[in-house]
Unconditional design. Sequence first.
Length: 220
Amino acid sequence: MAGWAEFTLALIVFLASHAIPVRPPVRPWLVSRLGLRPYLFLYSILSIGVLIWLILAARYAPYVRVLPDWDGLRWAPVLVMPFVCWLAIAGLACRNPFSFGGMAKGVFDADAPGVLGFTRHPLPVALALWSGAHLLAKGDLAHVILFGIFGGFAVMAMKMLDRRKARELGQAAWSDLARNTSLMNFSAVRPKALHATGAIVAFFVLLFLHQPVIGFSPIP
């Protein structure tokens, strides 16, 4: 089991880095001393660095096959990632009072929810789809643990955010604001041309960088 040591350590550090800094006693203390923007910048750098370490540690962990070794499953990320890229771009570009992301300025229009008509949680859904596709493609124990945690976190986050926002706003106000949104409604997928173009560009950039950065080609 010695071969699992780095993966286990990386996983513990990853979980700790996401659990500890956001807790009420810790985050305000850090923000008061660093400032909000420096805190967010440093926290983002830390999160990305630990995430890369965890992904690489999973790659070098002992190989224990869990899922069937079917060639067709290896195409899952290639097929799913264009949609994931669109969700991430649209989710960041919108005004979202319900979930993560939503960096656009202005006021959310409940009558024209945009991507939120498909899902109130574009970034968690993107994370869940990314995780599920990569879990199927890899299929070994380390990656099942890794992507299973990511996917489980994303699904739980959606439900927790809905409950928290409803509690903060009041159930009646939240229901009125969310009247044209959904947890997931595929009939409401209507990508804007700019977001769709950005998703295609992002997908091919990721496709090109996957081998030099991660170490193997995503094309089976």
